[in-house]
Design a protein around this ligand. Sequence first.
Ligand SMILES: NC(=O)c1ccc[n+]([C@@H]2O[C@H](COP(=O)([O-])OP(=O)(O)OC[C@H]3O[C@@H](n4cnc5c(N)ncnc54)[C@H](O)[C@@H]3O)[C@@H](O)[C@H]2O)c1
Length: 270
Amino acid sequence: MPDAFTADGATVVVTGGASGIGYALAQRFLREGAARVLVADRDPDRTRNAAIELGERAHPVTLDVTDEDAVASAVASIEEEHAPIDLWCSNAGVAAGDGLGGDADWEASWRVHVLAHVHVARALLPRMAERGRGHLLVTASAAGLLTQLDSAPYSVTKHGAVALAEWLAIRYGDAGVGVSCLCPQGVHTPMTAGDGADSATRLGGAYLEPHEVADTAVSALREGRFLVLPHPEAAEYELHRSQDRDRWIAGMRRAWAKLRGAAQGGTRSR
Ligand SMILES: NC(=O)c1ccc[n+]([C@@H]2O[C@H](COP(=O)([O-])OP(=O)(O)OC[C@H]3O[C@@H](n4cnc5c(N)ncnc54)[C@H](O)[C@@H]3O)[C@@H](O)[C@H]2O)c1
């Protein structure tokens, strides 16, 4: 188990922090007493506005997480100008590609959902290991434990995110660096705003609000857990998948056939 993380007095960075789950994480860590939260996102105006809304302990950082040099200089300058980073929430994400998608969808998904976590791991985890403390929270998805039937690029790269987070947890745990992996099912955010009744994300059941996801993340970090499951039933689905892969695939085929029926009813949105 990673060491427990508590936000009180901490320096926290949240990528994708200007919206949805990232914004809720930033808000919740501030409420938990974080000394500062760096809200990192790619659009300068949205990032600045989010930090203003979050209050005086929030600071905007314009950052494209797919730019490795920019990530490395953000890590260095945050640590120089503020304090050593206690928690980096690698949360930015994109919804790219319907079905098998095009190569550009795979490229975008790979860069944001996998390489961005590699970039921050290279820049920050050696610093944390040297200090013997620190935590990385990777936002993957239940799609990374199970699947996401609407989008192959999303599903496959989120599997990559889970695998990378596990690898980092194993390799850095003995150095005092904790790694956790946040795997929600549906959450009401701008990313899912266009989901119709037939969206595959709805297969997982009810959508949560971002603040509920943030609540689960804070508790799981406090308890030092690797896997953060705002929808606890995802653990059960994953168990079924691992116990009998053929049966699980057959069940998912039935679910897809049902969704296709709903799509013919005309509610499909992405
Ligand atoms: N909403 C859901 O149902 C759901 C479910 C499971 C996992 N997730 C994951 O949660 C994370 C947050 O998603 P959300 O639902 O809050 O979506 P969102 O669209 O509200 O927020 C995503 C944020 O990431 C930022 N971003 C995208 N690419 C970036 C880049 N290259 N550099 C910096 N910032 C970038 C966007 O600007 C945006 O502010 C994502 O990783 C997403 O895949 C979401």
